[in-house]
Design a protein around this ligand. Structure first.
Ligand SMILES: [Zn+2]
Length: 304
């Protein structure tokens, strides 16, 4: 009888855990890279696109769009997560991070166009503040647009190389870092820094999968270490392609990339013969695991 009670209690517990788990089933898509700067109507349009694919979007929200975005995210917590789009060189950047954190935002990004190298010690208090809140960091990496070529600008690709994330990933080992655009065009460098850093991932949004469309098999040479056992390779790693997460880089309210980026990712991964279970991790599973781990860390230590 006692044994029965024990096993009954265990099965009730199991049922409860399963029902909690099933309430939050893994979405089919988690898009880490959706910009929002208050463009009218874009949140509703994004919502219907995410509803249609059972997806979740990480909204990269500028400070001016914070109140609109946080109200919308609060209404649709199963579809959106907010990241604060801060500038590393803003004089009040720490206060901005505090405000985003208080609004329930879970990360910072897209960090871009800094006046110093990303890994400069000048920025370390920013990364300390993000770590205190368990925030995820999304950095632009590689070549960067020059939208107003007639205007002088203090911006350089060289400060935003994927290799600039190596030191940050090592110094804040609990901070999850995503480099956008896979360091375009320094893909091999990006992959190599990610290979040794369990807290570093990349998306391959932007022009890369357009540029390489006739040569998608190339990415097998970038993510080369699946199944390799050697003293020169981290032990027990998953498939090398699991260093990728999915990002569409929709911006200025133009959402065409939502579908097109997805189709290009799929075509590249198929061309590289990446198995379906690994593709599931890239499109949703890895970020889902990261977000769940982050929730647990936040519950254990809110950082306030
Ligand atoms: Zn970018």
């Amino acid at each position: 009888m006692r044994k029965f009670r024990q096993s009954a209690a265990a099965s009730v517990f199991l049922t409860l855990s399963l029902s909690l788990f099933s309430q939050s089933a893994v979405p089919k898509l988690i898009d880490v890279h959706e910009h929002f700067n208050g463009e009218p109507g874009v949140l509703d349009r994004l919502l219907s696109k995410l509803d249609a694919v059972d997806g979740m979007g990480i909204l990269l929200v500028t400070p001016q769009a914070l109140s609109e975005a946080s109200a919308f995210i609060a209404k649709h917590p199963n579809r959106f997560i907010g990241f604060g789009d801060i500038k590393l060189d803003s004089p009040d950047v720490l206060q901005q991070i505090d405000r985003f954190h208080q609004a329930g935002f879970r990360g910072l990004g897209e960090i871009t166009s800094s006046q110093k190298n990303y890994d400069d010690h000048f920025y370390w208090p920013i990364y300390d503040r993000a770590a205190k809140y368990h925030m995820i960091l999304l950095f632009h990496t590689g070549a960067v647009a020059r939208n107003n070529p007639e205007q002088p600008a203090d911006i350089s690709f060289d400060r935003m190389r994927a290799t600039r994330l190596d030191l940050i990933a090592r110094h804040w080992p609990k901070t999850i870092i995503i480099g956008a655009h896979l360091g375009n065009p320094d893909y091999a460098e990006a992959a190599e820094v990610a290979r040794w850093s369990p807290n570093l991932y990349f998306d391959v949004s932007g022009s890369t999968l357009i540029k390489k469309r006739d040569d998608y098999g190339f990415f097998r040479s970038v993510f080369w270490w699946s199944g390799v056992v050697s003293p020169h390779t981290p032990a027990g790693g998953p498939d090398a392609f699991e260093k990728l997460v999915y990002g569409s880089d929709t911006f200025r309210g133009e959402l065409g990339e939502f579908e097109e980026s997805h189709a290009r990712y799929r075509a590249m991964l198929d061309a590289c013969k990446v198995p379906p279970n690994v593709q599931q991790m890239i499109f949703a599973g890895t970020m889902w695991r990261i977000l769940h781990n982050q929730e647990q860390e936040m519950a254990a230590d809110p950082g306030n």
